[in-house]
Design a protein around this ligand. Structure first.
Ligand code: FAD
Ligand code: DLZ
Ligand code: SF4
Length: 509
């Protein structure tokens, strides 16, 4: 007999290793362990979502006839890591080998490849995770010999490969990308749909109690826990999105609005990443809605691009470049993360709103992550490791394969432009244009060097000025430097002095 280990982000009945294992003789092992729950201080809702979804999935497997050993989290257990649990199972059942599907994170996969066979004394066979559209080999072939990678070109390959939104070998609507149609500001209309409320069972309640007892020192709380914890509930979340939010997803994809945590975004990433949904079934549902003419092309294309484009692209980069990728720090940033990233206590209205969303829901939509909290970390020069660990801890959808390229590459430009052609640096003007945050903020978005000026404004110029040698030659940055030069020396000095003052008391903003 063999043992099959199923990880917390592999909760799908068609998983590669499950297709190999034999339910008449093999045994499945699943385990809640301290090593996985604390390698960063994950948000309480992320732990609750995963533990509950894992326990429900174990029940599904048992009902389907599998023998399952399930290790519940216990701080006093002899088994504090996945290896501990598998070792114990090997002692008890003497399997011929251990079978699993490739892990999402390098950290764990590396340890399984290098340490586990000796530690267990049996062979370990790892199957490729075919929930993705593009495997590592195909991505590496595409990336080979390219000095810089660009998502847009990868995306076009993926459109051709999947056939999504293609007609006679040409992109639907005669354009690959409708990004320019995805930048409306949301002013309260159309009204936001009300998301489904999921019923809770004994499994959920047991897990909520466990998290409250053992993880209440982690960021967040369970008061607003609204995540699906079963596949059926996740499918309901998918239907809700397709019917109610997707029609407007495209138009308002880049919008920000005070107090509105998700606008028309899908909130599906935690389910796609942990296996409750597959990316293919999500994309198929979007294409079907488009073909039935219930959603416009800019919504269908905008959404499909995120999944077969960005999601696959960042995963490809992760496996192509790890472990070196994680250590990059192009700007040599050293600054510590301000404490409001953890407690949300800041006078900057846009930032406070993102933090409140993050703390209360373990969620923030892409523009909040990229253009608000991410942009601020870029402008202030936070050490990449600090900001990466934060993003990995605080979101219900966070796994290093997707978090790291987004943070280190897209947000922090710490890879020197390998993933994206220029830093997404922006002043308060961008946030003001896309949102209603600046009205009523403690700071004034219209000025840059006064004592109450929006911090983003002077920090933006400070960032550009301090990295002039690295950025000025970038063809997409030249114009920006010309506008800085046009400010004149006196104004430049005032702006840089204001930013210097802010940087010296960052925790107080
Ligand atoms: P929607 O806006 O509805 O998008 C649909 C789907 O597209 C998402 O569910 C997701 O699966 C995919 N997607 C969209 N953008 C990206 C992207 N840039 N990279 C990969 N997939 C994408 N996403 C994660 O899943 N896990 C992370 O740990 C994560 N960390 C991020 C960190 C930073 C700094 C930034 C800027 C982005 C990060 N993202 C991450 C990408 C993106 O912000 C989230 O996928 C998205 O906000 C999830 O919410 P949603 O499901 O409502 O997305
Ligand atoms: C994120 C997470 C957490 C919080 N806890 C567990 C766990 O106890 N057991 C488990 O198998 N997986 C957990 N996970 C997901 C893993 O961290 C994830 O499988 C690895 O990082 C590899 O992608
Ligand atoms: Fe954010 Fe500046 Fe606007 Fe305040 S004024 S909400 S800090 S962009």
């Amino acid at each position: 007999m063999n043992i099959g280990l199923i990880l917390g982000d592999q909760l799908h009945s068609e998983l590669a290793s499950l297709r190999i294992l034999d339910k008449s003789k093999d045994r499945i092992v699943m385990a809640e362990v301290a090593a996985e729950a604390t390698y960063v201080p994950h948000h309480q809702q992320k732990i609750a979502l995963l533990f509950s979804a894992m326990r429900h999935f174990a029940e599904t497997l048992r009902t389907a006839g599998w023998q399952v050993t399930y290790h519940k989290y216990n701080p006093d257990s002899q088994c504090q890591s996945l290896l501990d649990v598998v070792k114990r199972e090997c002692q008890e059942h003497a399997p011929e080998k251990l079978i699993l599907t490739q892990c999402g994170e390098y950290r764990l996969q590396h340890s399984i490849d290098i340490d586990w066979p000796d530690a267990l004394g049996i062979p370990v066979t790892v199957y490729e995770d075919d929930r993705f559209f593009c495997n590592a080999q195909t991505f590496n072939d595409w990336a080979k010999d390219r000095k810089e990678l660009r998502m847009e070109f990868f995306y076009r390959e993926m459109r051709r490969k999947t056939g999504y939104l293609m007609k006679d070998n040409k992109p639907e609507g005669d354009a690959w990308n409708f990004d320019a149609d995805n930048r409306k500001r949301w002013k309260g209309d159309p009204p936001l749909p009300t998301p489904p409320i999921f019923s809770r069972d004994d499994i959920d309640e047991d897990v909520f109690n466990l998290v409250k007892q053992h993880f209440n020192h982690h960021i967040g709380n369970l008061d607003n826990f609204a995540w699906a914890t079963t596949r059926d509930q996740a499918l309901e979340a998918l239907s809700f999105f397709i019917e109610q939010a997707l029609p407007y997803f495209g138009d308002y994809q880049d919008a920000l609005a005070k107090g509105e945590s998700c606008l028309f975004h899908s909130l599906l990433s935690p389910y796609i990443n942990c296996g409750l949904l597959t990316p293919k079934e999500v994309c198929d549902a979007v294409i079907e809605a488009y073909q039935q003419e219930s959603i416009p092309l800019n919504s269908a294309e905008g959404f499909i691009r995120q999944i077969i484009g960005w999601r696959e692209y960042v995963r490809g980069i992760y496996w192509l470049t790890m472990p070196n990728y994680a250590g990059q720090n192009y700007f040599n940033n050293e600054r510590e993360l301000p404490k409001y990233y953890w407690d949300g206590d800041t006078k900057m209205s846009c930032m406070a709103d993102c933090f409140s969303n993050t703390i209360n829901h373990a969620y923030a939509h892409h523009i909040q992550r990229l253009m608000v909290t991410g942009n601020f970390a870029l402008l202030t020069g936070i050490a990449p490791q600090e900001i990466c660990d934060w993003y990995l801890a605080v979101y219900a959808d966070a796994y290093e394969w997707v978090e790291l390229p987004n943070t280190l590459g897209m947000v922090m430009h710490a890879d020197g432009g390998y993933l994206g052609s220029k830093p997404y640096a922006a002043s308060g003007n961008y946030i003001n244009k896309m949102s209603d945050h600046c009205k009523g903020c403690h700071y004034d978005v219209k000025t840059r060097s006064e004592s109450d000026s929006c911090p983003f404004n002077s920090l933006y110029w400070h960032f550009l000025n301090r990295h002039r040698d690295l950025l000025e030659k970038n063809p997409r940055m030249g114009l920006i430097y010309r506008s800085f030069d046009k400010l004149g020396e006196e104004e430049q000095n005032k702006v840089i002095a204001r930013a210097g003052g802010l940087l010296s008391q960052l925790d107080a903003l």
